[in-house]
Design a protein around this ligand. Sequence first.
Ligand code: CP
Ligand code: NVA
Length: 309
Amino acid sequence: MNHFINLKDISTKDLRKIIDDAKKRKKFRKKLSTLEVDKGSPLKGKILIQMFEKPSSRTRISFFLAIRQLGGGTLTLRSNELHLGQGGESISDTGKILSTYGDGFMLRTDSEKKMEDFKKYLSIPIINGLSPLSHPTQVLSDIFTVEEIKKKPISKLNICWIGDSNNVLNSLIAASVKFSFKLSIGCPKKFEPGKEVRNWVKKNNKKIFIYNDPKKAVSGADVIFSDKVISLNDKGNKKEKIYAFKNFKIDKKLTRFAKKDFIFLHCLPRGNEVSEDVFLSKNSHVWQQALNRVHVQKSILLYCFGKLR
Ligand code: CP
Ligand code: NVA
């Protein structure tokens, strides 16, 4: 059994194995319809309990499809429907109960501590479906999407992020170390990645490139990633933050600095950080990116259940 909480804690070998498995499975599904089960039904009889403390469209639907296509099922809960969410039951008791009824647990939470506490008390695998500091299932799937479209290992590409130093960027930074790709980040000075993340990169003898001029960050990029300026967990002054990002909008003028065949990716939901024409351009692959979450999460589930081929 394996947990999937943070890309930092998973070996490059295992991450690569997940991507390779997803590639094979996606290819085999070409003739299958949405709910048909993969050959061998590898997670037959298994149930993934998903719990959301925050809204989600893609993560909840893609995990539902992922486990169904492997022969299992899901139960989706909102934390406020549980005794835990009302403050009446401890994480240790809830963890024990989840482990009694379920085979795997996916959690979207506003607390890193809660994720760690659940890990401590569960005897089934836990998957991080987004926390304040990381969004590992999203980013591993995005690595898959980049390599699928560009037909090259990501280590051979210039990756750029324009946006806030949030959970998705933290996971992208972890991925840049694990998969050895060049990552250029464009954001206002005040919203640069924190010391802890930068030190972790240094400790791993890797580098990330941070620019306060979006043109410099985008220059020569094969891939431009972005995300909302205001995240679900944001507690700061939103107006001030949006103002600080006013020169970081991804529009046609800015993307001219990227390579001609650059691709644009965005985990969604989106805000005003990207212009409509870039978001809907032929360079944008956001729908394929969202679909690939199903394929990659299937292989993440198999990794967690100790059934990766
Ligand atoms: N990208 C992503 O995780 O979307 P949801 O918040 O809709 O799950
Ligand atoms: N950074 C965003 C990602 C949403 C999928 C958030 O945390 O709200």
